[in-house]
Design a binder for this molecule. Structure first.
Ligand SMILES: NC(=O)c1ccc[n+]([C@@H]2O[C@H](COP(=O)([O-])OP(=O)(O)OC[C@H]3O[C@@H](n4cnc5c(N)ncnc54)[C@H](O)[C@@H]3O)[C@@H](O)[C@H]2O)c1
Length: 596
């Protein structure tokens, strides 16, 4: 028989604590909610009220249920109020000495059978537990932000946590409608261990002006389908909390430089820019605690479709190549009203590409997304050629040939001879340095990267890569073209992986290392990222879709360019590739897909 929890205590009613109170009270459990001072208590009460009022306004909670929920919560200043609760969850700031002090005090105040839990994200539950005389009744219950929404709870058992305490807490999670994963006490557990290296890397990109905050966030949302970008997420977590988590993970997690907090973070925390809770972090909010972003001095000006920053007018576009990307890109431009010249290496290839574009457009018609007249008009805008000479009068060339530097360089040298002056020359490369391609021409200022995502007609993101020689006009032109295609163009520097792959693949590689270390299972890791962070797919699902060979190649390039030891490809990934387990395409990767 699982233990009955009729009253729980929550200590600290900040970002997490207030949400945790709501979770319990919503599920019929009485809560004693404790803060350090009367003003802090009022803040916590207001947070709870704001959250439940929003739920009522959205029709997710009946008014009567909200009122009953509030009646279940008893607010108090000081830990003494917790003398008769069955379980306490501590959610005070991420400092070991503070948490140890509170646990020692809880040990004194609470009944001997009370379970003491911490919501720490990165500190050692074991170290916290030894501040009490009952370490076997101490456990980690790690909720995700926002606690009422996110389904995941990481249950952290130490080497001394009693098995029945683990079982009781697991049963409690089920009662709260949460999905739990039970794991050992390691810095960052599953989700944060995979998340924070990525978040810190994104802050580093912002700090070094590699891309703007809007572009970094848009890239990860639109390129990976994440619910929010990394900098917006940092603001939600709270920069002070994020700093402490990174700092602890750096010290506890083997001094991986990727967890050493980026200096900008410390500066922002010192300056009181803590994120949403203080009204300003990477973004500016309507008021402290509000999720509504308001414009500030860094917000880009809306151009309302006008050609900003010297962008050149583009009417006719050449697309070179005959593969998946070229085919998709031809379709995208033709549908958006551009005149398109497709150049392949032979009329047979042109015929194939033409067929593929027709098939794809027809699918659009069948699905009711495109009228027959628009399909015919789009096809009518495309001319098919097997010679580059036909690119003499285009305004923009998009190259999407094989991913080999020598081939691309030779092509750009030819384009340099054939194309009129002022043309923007774009490469779709996903891994080669754009500057290498640019220097094959005598007009590197006009060369950019236009990194479309596959399938190009569907994916809303394009990375616009500017090299150190690219002119502002060429960049502005590329960005304006993306907008005219109905896509979001994000501008970034010419570094391996651009924004999306540079942030995504090290995270996937870290997940493989975590599996390799037997810390958790592929299923639990996938669960943790989907239910704890709202990712559309877990890392192993995604690796099997992308292909393990492709992932390994990208990770190797990142490692070679940045020489970051933490980016070294996981040996398990290399072994699986060597064994021919490449993912869905070979019916086996991290999972066996042969029966699906
Ligand atoms: N922010 C997140 O996204 C997130 C997610 C999961 C877990 N966590 C963890 O939850 C814990 C709390 O983080 P947070 O972001 O909610 O912090 P926070 O700064 O938003 O809130 C902490 C609260 O604790 C109160 N407090 C401080 N000392 C206290 C004391 N002695 N007694 C009672 N209350 C006290 C503060 O007044 C404040 O309201 C940390 O361990 C953190 O790592 C945070």
């Amino acid at each position: 028989m699982a233990r009955e929890f009729s009253t729980v205590g929550v200590v600290g009613l900040g970002t997490m604590g207030a949400g945790i109170v709501e979770v319990f009270a919503r599920n019929g459990i009485d809560v004693v909610a404790v803060e350090i001072s009367a003003p802090a208590l009022e803040r916590g009460r207001a947070t709870l009220k704001g959250s439940t009022d929003r739920a009522v306004a959205k029709g997710k909670l009946a008014e009567a249920d909200r009122d009953a929920l509030h009646e279940r919560v008893h607010f108090a200043v000081g830990l003494e109020a917790l003398h008769s609760v069955d379980l306490v969850i501590e959610a005070v700031p991420e400092h070991l000495d503070l948490k140890q002090r509170i646990f020692a005090e809880l040990d004194r105040v609470c009944r001997p059978e009370t379970i003491l839990a911490t919501n720490t994200s990165s500190l050692s539950v074991t170290e916290i537990s030894v501040a009490t005389s009952r370490p076997n009744q101490v456990i980690g219950i790690h909720f995700f932000n926002p606690a009422p929404v996110m389904k995941l709870v990481e249950v952290v058992r130490t080497v001394v946590t009693a098995p029945e305490v683990v079982a009781d807490v697991e049963a409690l999670c089920a009662r709260l409608g949460k999905v739990d994963v039970t794991i050992n006490d390691r810095a960052g557990f599953i989700a944060n261990a995979l998340l924070f290296g990525y978040l810190n890397h994104a802050v580093g990109m912002f700090e070094s002006h590699y891309a703007t905050r809007e572009d970094i966030d848009a890239a990860m949302k639109l390129g990976c389908g994440l619910p929010m970008g990394p900098l917006a997420l940092m603001d939600l977590i709270g920069l002070d909390t994020a700093y402490e988590i990174l700092d602890t993970m750096y010290r506890r997690g083997g001094r991986d430089r990727r967890h050493a907090p980026v200096p900008l973070l410390k500066q922002m925390v010192t300056a009181g820019l803590l994120g949403r809770k203080s009204g300003r972090g990477f973004y500016t909010y309507e008021r402290p605690g509000s999720p509504v972003v308001v414009p500030d001095e860094a917000t880009p000006l809306a151009t309302d479709g006008a050609l900003a920053d010297g962008a050149r007018a583009i009417a006719k576009v050449g697309v070179v190549g005959s593969g998946t990307m070229a085919t998709g890109i031809i379709e995208v431009f033709a549908k958006a009203g551009y005149e398109v010249v497709s150049v392949t290496r032979g009329m047979e290839k042109s015929a194939k590409v033409c067929e593929a574009v027709k098939t794809s457009l027809n699918k659009g018609v069948v699905r009711g997304k495109l009228s027959e007249a628009d399909r015919d008009a789009a096809l009518g805008r495309i001319s098919w050629s097997a010679t580059l000479d036909h690119l003499a009068d285009v305004d923009l060339v998009v190259e999407a040939v094989v991913e080999e530097l020598s081939v691309k360089k030779a092509l750009f040298a030819s384009l340099d001879e054939i194309c009129k002056p002022g043309v923007v020359l774009a490469t779709t490369t996903s891994s080669l340095p754009v500057i290498d391609v640019a220097m094959a021409t005598h007009r590197p200022a006009d060369v950019v990267g236009l990194h479309f995502f596959n399938p190009a007609p569907v994916m809303p993101l394009v990375e616009v890569v500017r090299t150190i020689r690219t002119s502002p006009e060429a960049t502005a032109t590329a960005r304006a073209v993306c907008a005219a295609l109905g896509k979001t163009g994000v501008v970034c520097g010419d570094r391996s992986g651009f924004i999306v792959n540079a942030l995504l693949f090290p995270y996937l590689n870290d997940a493989v290392k975590m599996l390799e270390a037997s810390y958790s299972t592929a299923d639990d890791i996938d669960h943790a990222m989907k239910l704890g962070c709202g990712y559309p797919m877990g890392p192993f699902e995604l690796l099997d879709v992308v292909g393990l060979d492709v992932s390994l190649a990208i990770q190797r390039e990142l490692y070679l360019e940045l020489r970051e030891p933490g980016f070294a490809p996981a040996p398990l990934l290399e072994h699986l590739v060597t064994a021919g387990y490449l993912g869905r395409k070979t019916r086996r990767g991290f999972r066996d897909h042969s029966h699906r």
